[in-house]
Design a protein around this ligand. Structure first.
Ligand code: SAH
Ligand code: SF4
Length: 406
């Protein structure tokens, strides 16, 4: 927690904080230090006639140290610390509330930003196994809320809040690195699977990914960073042009257009065929296998026919499918697919040579699916609004569903 401002926003649990979230307050004009490129930080220091080695010191503080305020950066001269404080924020996360699940293997953070906006990030620890080193995956948010509005997603239900700044994205990772440092742990994987649609906040997400994979900054291997998208085709194409080595994940959920229109409303703008073509081009240019994510919803997208359509769509492509039973969220009429349905779906994909993994949902009891914690803080919508939403979803999905074996 940093205390850069004199008037701190109210604590997360207070009603004032919730009000602030609904109508975010004024923004702190000072950019977060972690969002600066080494070139602009170097230029800023040169303008103040600071010796070149200050850049290295500051960078060490930002990327490997435990300091969350400039005041704590003791090896910098006092005058420079004050100058930094006047121009930048050492940490853009004002306050963080952490909850544990999975016997401590999953930790979920709700971060409050300077204007009272709430965003989430999650740490998932995978202890070392025979032949496999320990992994610590951090799932981060790119936006507060999301405009895409997938009906099984708690973030989608919140609607769009705002884009996160580069530093606000990066600081979620710095938070978990500091959190693990005392026990010698490291962030080994980063996934953009928290709140928001990364490719609708493209510029900041690309800058954050660059900072996180720059050996002179956070230094994660590019292939250990995954960008997940609901299918923003121009964003996928723009990302391909940058030729990064990141892993691309496509939230597919359905191969049939009629059903995907319901589950991922962006499908009406960017149809699934175009999404898969753009993703395949990314795979070819980067040499990286594309991940396709499918949230399995009982009786909705888990039928034999849906599996067959997906097999047809992905067959022969550089693809890896992840099937995950839906994390039950409030205000939908839907339930997760039963394990035998998920297994049958996986078998149908594997039968045509598509690599498929069944994932267990981590941290269900703390609402680890996208946006659930923030949705909880936002309060429940009125019973009438919930009933109306369920009815609309039931109607829309009934029209798009094909019965198993039909
Ligand atoms: N907006 C981007 C990235 C964030 S969502 C995208 O959609 O890809 C990250 C992942 O969480 C997506 O694959 C999404 O499908 C999944 N997700 C959302 N709600 C879920 C739920 N209720 N159960 C399981 N996974 C969920
Ligand atoms: Fe947005 Fe992703 Fe949630 Fe869909 S699943 S509403 S794209 S965050």
């Amino acid at each position: 927690m940093s205390g850069a401002r004199s008037s701190r926003p109210p604590s997360l649990a207070s009603p004032e904080a919730l009000l602030a979230r609904a109508a975010p307050g004024p923004r702190d004009p000072r950019p977060g230090i972690s969002g600066l490129t080494p070139v602009s930080l170097g230029a800023w220091l040169r303008d103040r006639a600071a010796p070149a080695y200050r850049a290295r010191q500051l960078s060490d503080y930002a990327w490997t140290g435990s300091a969350t305020s400039f005041a704590a950066m003791r090896t910098l001269p006092a005058g420079l610390r004050l100058e930094l404080e006047a121009h930048f924020r050492a940490d853009t996360l004002v306050e963080t509330d952490v909850r544990l699940a999975d016997g401590g293997l999953t930790e979920k953070a709700l971060h409050m930003l300077d204007d009272g906006t709430l965003v989430e990030s999650v740490l998932m620890r995978y202890p070392a196994r025979v032949g496999r080193r320990e992994r610590n995956t951090v799932c981060i948010s790119s936006q507060a809320g999301c405009a895409v509005g997938c009906p099984f997603c708690a973030t989608g239900e919140l609607g769009f809040g705002r884009d996160l700044e580069t530093a606000e994205i990066v600081d979620q990772v710095r938070y978990w690195q500091r959190h693990m440092a005392p026990t010698g742990g490291h962030v080994t994987n980063i996934v953009f699977m928290g709140m928001g649609e990364p490719l609708l906040n493209m510029e900041r997400v690309v800058a954050a990914a660059a900072a996180l994979t720059d050996p002179a900054r956070f230094g994660l291997g590019a292939r250990h960073l995954t960008i997940s998208t609901s299918g923003v085709v121009p964003g996928i194409t723009a990302l391909t042009a940058l030729r990064p080595r990141y892993t691309l994940a496509i939230s597919l959920h359905a191969a049939r257009a009629a059903l995907r229109d319901v589950l991922v409303p962006l499908n009406r703008r960017y149809p699934v065929g175009d999404v898969v073509e753009a993703a395949s081009a990314y795979g070819e240019v980067t040499g990286r296998r594309v991940s396709y994510e499918v949230v399995m919803i009982a009786g909705i997208n888990d039928t034999d026919q849906d599996a067959a359509e997906m097999a047809r769509l992905l067959r022969g492509r550089l693809a890896h499918v992840n099937l995950m039973p839906m994390n039950p969220v409030a205000h939908t009429p839907w339930q997760p697919s039963p394990p035998q349905r998920v297994a049958a779906f996986a078998a149908a994909l594997e039968a045509v040579g598509i690599a498929t993994t069944i994932r267990r949902s981590r941290g269900t009891e703390i609402g680890a699916a996208c946006g659930q914690l923030a949705a909880e803080q936002a309060g429940a919508p009125s019973p009438a609004a919930v009933a109306d939403r369920r009815e609309r979803l039931e109607r829309a999905s009934a029209a798009a569903v094909i019965g198993s074996g039909a």
